[in-house]
Design a protein around this ligand. Structure first.
Ligand SMILES: Cc1ncc(COP(=O)(O)O)c(C=O)c1O
Length: 396
């Protein structure tokens, strides 16, 4: 479907729909009139087939305890095979209401209090919270930022793994907010270190379907022809891909039987929750019928990001725009214009934007902003032009 047609058919206003992004601006930012470009969901309705499947269930009118049918697994596995060449087995799959909940479970099940857990920062802030809220030691290996391009510091990573006796590593692949789709070569190196030092890897692949340009996503399940599967838990979900976050259905994939048994035992103690029937129905329909919708969405994201990059490069060239390889979250360093501690006033009061602030992802990143590109281009245009007008004032 052509981009404009997609926007016309699926674009939607979200104010006054209990939307965290739009209706909690006052609570979260102290200002209800900002343009909402923060939290990672979208101003697009789900694929038509998903809405129809949900309608049918609403018509039926029963929301009792549910069972996951074989057809669900067929649709999920076919999607993973077609889009990512991943071969899955039913026994490997567990469910959670969200990937963040799952991260909390893993920290509880696979580590003890005061054990060390590694992350690569800047990274999606619930990674920190899952570790700190459970009284584990947070070990950070900072990614290396070279003019906005991020790479892993493997020497630092390995040194800290050894020195801090790290038990668990939470990998973000593709990476939010660094926009990287890690190459297989990079993944081999980091997974090798973890295997060598017996560090269990959780690979959060929630952004696996949002891959731009020629970038190629390689799941940790497939890295080195599957050679790390025995030391691995992978999380995937339809929630970012199809805008289904609050239908509370995501996947935990554990190929190794011993890790799976440990997970099952541990999760019995802390997790007696049902799966969401609406999430299950929406997911199956999305994986069966959502491919064309997703391909159009990717065009919109790419269009929005290219607009932001081109405009900032031309009119505010000292803003450092990280190339968006994957995810729909653009990452921009404004420190050449704005004193890091002034960034909130600049972005909110001057540019009139609600964005994710860099310091949420790492203490080192005050002065960076993360802007959501999965939205109607009219918001990106307005947001970017507001920023340029204010940045040009600073530049004199
Ligand atoms: C890397 C990453 N993991 C997890 C989530 C959220 O997952 P969930 O809503 O399933 O808890 C996000 C949301 O932006 C994310 O970027």
């Amino acid at each position: 479907m052509e981009m404009t047609e997609f926007i016309n058919q699926y674009g939607v206003e979200r104010k006054q729909t209990n939307s965290l992004k739009w209706d909690a601006l006052d609570v979260r930012y102290g200002d209800p009139d900002l343009i909402a470009m923060w939290v990672a969901d979208m101003e697009f309705k789900v694929p038509e087939a998903v809405q129809e499947a949900l309608h049918q269930r609403v018509e039926h009118g029963v929301f009792g305890y549910s069972y996951t049918p074989d057809s669900y697994y067929e649709a999920f596995f076919a999607w993973q095979k077609k889009r990512h060449n991943i071969d899955l087995e039913k026994e490997w799959v567990r469910f959670s209401p969200g990937v963040v909940s799952a991260l909390y479970w893993f920290v509880n099940i696979f580590t003890k209090e005061n054990d060390s857990v590694m992350i690569q920062s800047p990274v999606y802030y619930p990674f920190h919270n899952a570790v700190l809220d459970n009284n584990r030691r947070l070990v950070r290996s900072e990614l290396v930022n070279t003019n906005g391009h991020y790479t892993m510091d493997l020497a630092d990573f390995e040194k800290k793994v050894v020195e801090e006796k790290v038990k668990l590593f939470i990998l973000c692949s593709p990476h939010n907010p660094a926009g990287r789709v890690w190459s297989e070569e990079e993944l081999i190196k980091v997974l090798d270190i973890c295997q060598k030092h017996d560090v269990l890897v959780v690979s959060d692949e929630i952004h696996q379907d949002i891959i731009l340009g020629d970038n190629e996503f390689v799941s940790s399940l497939n890295v080195g022809n599957g050679k790390y599967q025995d030391n691995l838990i992978v999380c995937t979900a339809p929630s970012k891909t199809f805008n289904l976050a609050c239908l509370l259905n995501s996947h935990i994939i554990i190929p190794n039987e011993d890790i799976r048994n440990a997970f099952d035992l541990g999760s019995k103690k802390i997790n007696q929750c049902e799966t969401s029937i609406m999430g299950q129905i929406a997911t199956e329909a999305a994986y069966r019928h959502g491919e064309e919708w997703l391909d159009s969405l990717l065009e919109v994201i790419e269009h929005n990001f290219n607009y932001l990059k081109k405009e900032l490069n031309e009119h505010a060239p000292k803003a450092v725009v990280t190339q968006l390889e994957g995810t729909y979250l653009a990452w921009v360093d404004l420190r050449n214009y704005v004193e890091p501690k002034e960034i909130k006033g600049f972005i909110q009061d001057k540019c009139r934007l609600a964005i994710d602030f860099g310091e949420w992802f790492s203490d080192e990143c005050q002065g960076f902003v993360r802007l959501n590109m999965a939205t109607n281009p009219k918001f990106v245009e307005k947001g970017v032009q507001n920023m340029i007008a204010e940045l040009q004032k600073i530049d004199g």
